[in-house]
Design a protein around this ligand. Structure first.
Ligand code: PMP
Length: 441
């Protein structure tokens, strides 16, 4: 067997994503193994996973049921063509997903990542408007500080300047709603903030500007994750839904982070009681173990595509690995693990404890806001003038050295541990964060 535990000496070939390669390669941080809540580093240290990998390993690491399912499937049917051919496990997985999805989201399209799920959802929205005879509806509306992956559609509707400015002209016909982060009004709110629902009315202004007959869809993350855990103000999502309904605009929820238990409910739709027309997922669908995404749509959308002549392809879109058998096997075993251990409903048990633990950091050095919902949280730090990411990044490095993996975006520390976390481990994580807040300049 290959010995992968020893870190390689030559790090030059791999161009790492979303990473300062030069900085990393001077002082690499290597993970060589993982089990449940902990990573093992190349130098043999245990590191508590405070971020479920990248918001995806919701059932914890190297869960035997998932590992065995992958091994078994790889030995039985490793790959089958995704187009014009089927294999039973993809149908079975789609059925199980629909069983657990919010009512009405009854059909699933498989992709290989969150970014691909976003592109798929945007294309479904545009194509749906066409098949309904409303081809003038081509505009897409995203939101400032929205993150929808890194493909061209996603960075166009997304609202992160840093992810767009290297790439010139993107999709045209895109508008952005304002973000809902109002620290002056909602600072240190526990759970859903009170103020800001009126920001949804900006959608009416955009509709007035362009006319509803030109707008295909609105896409938002119910809770923005990657840009610092921005929780929608009370009734904001309801308002968006109502405005979309009024004008025949599709509403897309990007649940790549919030899906599969992150908010203490299976999906954000279950948490907020607001249902989109299209729901995008990835990450937790396979516990992050095999790349996969799943886009859920209503029967109304699905059926609109199914009414043409039978021999024609209904939707000119798909991936070589859509519904890949090994990914489906991992996904089925993931859903079983979630179910057996009640992981998608740990909110009532853990969220209040999590909330108190996070908010105990109020008053620690540099902390200017704390936000939480379900099993996700953010600690916003006062930026150093002219170096707006420096303090949080330094906290990330120090936390890793101490034995905790945290995530930072700008000057915000974001936490999203695996849903198997215990109260003792919550304390351990918060103790690490507290110590690094006291240690950073
Ligand atoms: N949408 C959201 C809301 C995300 O948080 C992410 C990833 N963090 C993506 C899309 C993109 O997913 P991926 O990295 O799997 O392409």
């Amino acid at each position: 067997m290959l010995n992968r535990v020893n870190a390689p000496n030559d790090l030059s070939a791999f161009w790492m994503p979303f990473t300062s390669n030069r900085q990393f390669k001077q002082s690499p941080r290597m993970l060589v193994a993982a089990k449940d809540m902990y990573y093992t580093t190349a130098d043999g240290r245990q590191v508590l996973d405070g971020t479920a990998g990248l918001w995806c390993v919701n059932a914890g690491h190297c869960r035997p049921k998932i590992t065995e399912a992958i091994q078994h499937q790889a030995a039985e049917l490793d790959y089958a063509p995704a187009f014009q051919m089927g294999h039973p496990i993809a149908f079975e997985f789609a059925n199980r997903l629909v069983d657990m999805a919010p009512d009405g989201l009854d059909h699933v399209f498989f992709t290989n990542s969150g970014s691909e799920s976003v592109e798929t959802a945007l294309k479904i929205a545009l194509a749906y408007q066409r098949v309904k005879g409303q081809g003038s509806r081509t505009r897409l509306i995203g939101r400032e500080r929205g993150y929808h992956g890194v493909n061209f559609g996603g960075i166009s509707v997304g609202g992160i300047v840093g992810n767009r400015k290297m790439f010139g002209t993107l999709l045209t016909g895109v508008d952005h709603l304002p973000h809902t982060h109002l620290p002056a009004k909602n600072g240190f709110t526990k759970g859903v903030p009170e103020h800001g629902a009126e920001l949804a009315d900006e959608l009416e202004r955009i509709v007035t500007l362009h006319d509803a007959s030109t707008i295909a869809a609105v896409i938002v993350e119910p809770v923005s994750g990657s840009t610092g855990v921005l929780i929608p103000p009370k009734t904001y999502l309801e308002k968006l839904r109502a405005i979309c309904d009024k004008h025949g605009i599709l509403l897309i929820f990007d649940e790549v982070i919030t899906g599969f238990g992150r908010l203490g409910t299976p999906f954000a739709v279950d948490y907020f009681g607001v249902k989109p027309d299209i729901m995008i997922t990835a990450k937790g669908v396979t516990n992050g173990v095999i790349p996969m995404g799943a886009v859920f749509v209503t029967s109304e959308i699905h059926d609109a595509f199914m009414s043409g002549p039978e021999h024609l392809i209904e939707f000119a879109h798909g991936y070589t690995y859509s519904g890949n058998p090994i990914a489906c096997a991992a996904g089925l075993a993931t859903l079983e693990t979630y179910k057996e251990e009640g992981l998608l409903e740990r909110g009532p048990e853990l969220a209040p404890y999590w909330e108190e633990a996070l908010h105990s950091l109020k008053g620690e050095p540099h902390v200017i806001d704390i936000r939480n919902i379900g099993l996700v949280g953010a600690i916003e730090l006062e930026p150093i003038a002219g170096e707006p990411t420096k303090r949080a990044f330094s906290a990330f490095i120090k936390a890793f050295e101490r034995g905790a993996l945290i995530r930072t975006t700008g000057d915000i520390i974001a936490l999203s541990p695996p849903l198997i976390i215990s109260k003792v481990q919550i304390d351990e994580l918060i103790d690490h964060v507290c110590a690094v807040l006291r240690a950073v300049d």
